[in-house]
Design a protein around this ligand. Structure first.
Ligand SMILES: NC(=O)c1ccc[n+]([C@@H]2O[C@H](COP(=O)([O-])OP(=O)(O)OC[C@H]3O[C@@H](n4cnc5c(N)ncnc54)[C@H](OP(=O)(O)O)[C@@H]3O)[C@@H](O)[C@H]2O)c1
Length: 253
């Protein structure tokens, strides 16, 4: 995508990847609007980046999504980029009982949220000379992590939806891109110095460089071998990956 002259709406812009992407686009002179539930962080991020705008949004709430979309179209008629980034990563146990509320929050945030947000803005995006929908999935869409089984399945679902969306929009001005991050050092699980987590700065640098191309999938180098479809070797790959996590668990909280 062209990295300049855009009006960009980012869900989940209060922290982590969303905030860092917002700042990277802002530095390039784009008009950036961030969103999230934590108003104090929206205010803090926009105060630190003069010109950046914010709107409160709970992505699990369909009415809120519709009203925010109407606000965006009214206030920012040049809006041409949607970044579906908001997400949560609850732990679960596919070998045991599932907490209903946690599971529903995950479904509503990680899969239905981006689907609803896109549906609310897509007709507007079609009217722009050039437009982009960027869905933030995860490497776990391709390689499920058994300690976060619902999350992994929902990210696989968002990847699948992205493929359908790209096909359905192929004759329009809208380009559909997917960012599939590796483990990045943010608050998503816990922010620490785990050497397995990619530093946020390095992730953003590689991601912005890949976004500048027309790549359908925006992948940092470390994700490529995991993304490559292992075919019938998938089972061994998934078992080996999860055994490595069992041997060296991800600290919770
Ligand atoms: N970090 C990683 O290792 C990693 C790896 C692969 C994919 N990802 C994906 O990257 C995206 C960003 O995650 P992150 O790592 O930057 O984590 P993060 O720092 O925890 O950011 C998550 C963002 O999502 C927003 N959010 C969560 N629930 C929301 C809701 N109900 N309504 C609106 N916004 C909501 C949060 O804002 P509020 O709390 O203010 O609402 C926050 O801005 C997620 O989709 C995640 O799945 C991350």
């Amino acid at each position: 995508m062209k990295l300049t002259d855009n009006t960009i709406f980012i869900t989940g812009g209060t922290s982590g990847i969303g905030r860092a992407l917002a700042e990277a686009f802002h530095k390039l002179g784009n008009r950036v609007i961030i969103s999230g539930r934590r108003k104090a962080l929206l205010e803090e991020a926009t105060a630190a980046n003069p010109g950046m705008r914010w709107v409160e949004l709970d992505i699990t709430d369909p009415d809120n999504i519709r009203s925010v979309a109407a606000h965006l179209i009214r206030e920012y008629p040049g809006l041409n980029v949607l970044v579906n980034n908001a997400g949560i990563m609850p732990f679960d146990d596919p070998a045991g009982a599932i907490d209903e509320d946690t599971m529903l929050a995950s479904v509503n945030t990680n899969l239905l949220g981006p689907i609803r947000m896109t549906a609310a803005l897509v007709e507007h995006l079609k009217k722009q000379p050039r437009a982009h929908i960027i869905n933030n999935t995860s490497v776990l869409a391709y390689l499920p992590l058994a300690t976060n089984a619902v999350y992994s399945a929902l990210k696989a679902g968002l990847h699948s939806y992205t493929l359908s969306q790209r096909f359905a929009l192929r004759h329009t001005n809208i380009q559909v891109q997917e960012i599939a991050p590796p483990w990045v050092n943010t608050d998503l699980i816990y922010k620490g110095d785990d050497p397995r987590a990619m530093p946020l700065d390095a992730f953003i640098e590689q991601t912005m460089a890949a976004l500048a191309t027309d790549a359908e999938e925006v992948l940092v180098e470390s994700v490529r071998p995991l993304r490559d479809n292992p075919g019938a070797g998938e089972h061994a790959l998934v078992m080996g990956f999860n055994e490595s996590i069992v041997a060296n668990p991800i600290p919770v909280g």
